[in-house]
Design a protein around this ligand. Sequence first.
Ligand code: AMP
Ligand code: ZN
Length: 168
Amino acid sequence: MDPSQCLFCGIVTGKIPAKKVYEDEHALAFLDINPRNPGHTLVIPKKHFETILDMGEKDAGKLFESVRKVAAVVMSGTSSQGISIGQSNGQVAGQVVRHVHFHVIPRFANEGPVGLEGALPSKKIDDESMDKIAQAIKTAHAPHSHKEPEQEAKKPDKRHKEDIDFNF
Ligand code: AMP
Ligand code: ZN
């Protein structure tokens, strides 16, 4: 995606208005226009990346440090009792804006302890399948572009994946 067409790049450059709450060298945080709770904040890298898989280790590490700082000030600024952090990669995961963002959502005692289960209920998966899934993940190579060329050249290891149906 061309960053000049990106909504969140527009917020970084100031072309699109936002209620900014935090900024450092690499990251910007502003209120979500459709807040799930008062104080719902989005933390984004100032550089355009579509998903976290497009980020290198350094950029990803710095971003998460900013997320941690924002979580602390959001919690303190809203006097919330907890914080949920959400982050989606890809359309199938529900990512709408194609610029990496972390949702930092203050959570309050009166709303009840709804966690990940509320959004994505747990599934029953038999032990043998769980072993195969674990093996597929353990033996996978990260396929994305920021990896060193020699790593990128390696084909992902599909030995254990072919016999797994992920539609549980
Ligand atoms: P996601 O579904 O994870 O891609 O989340 C995108 C989020 O961006 C949604 O929660 C939107 O409410 C939020 N959003 C979209 N446009 C803006 C905007 N101009 N300023 C602030 N938040 C926005
Ligand atoms: Zn962007």
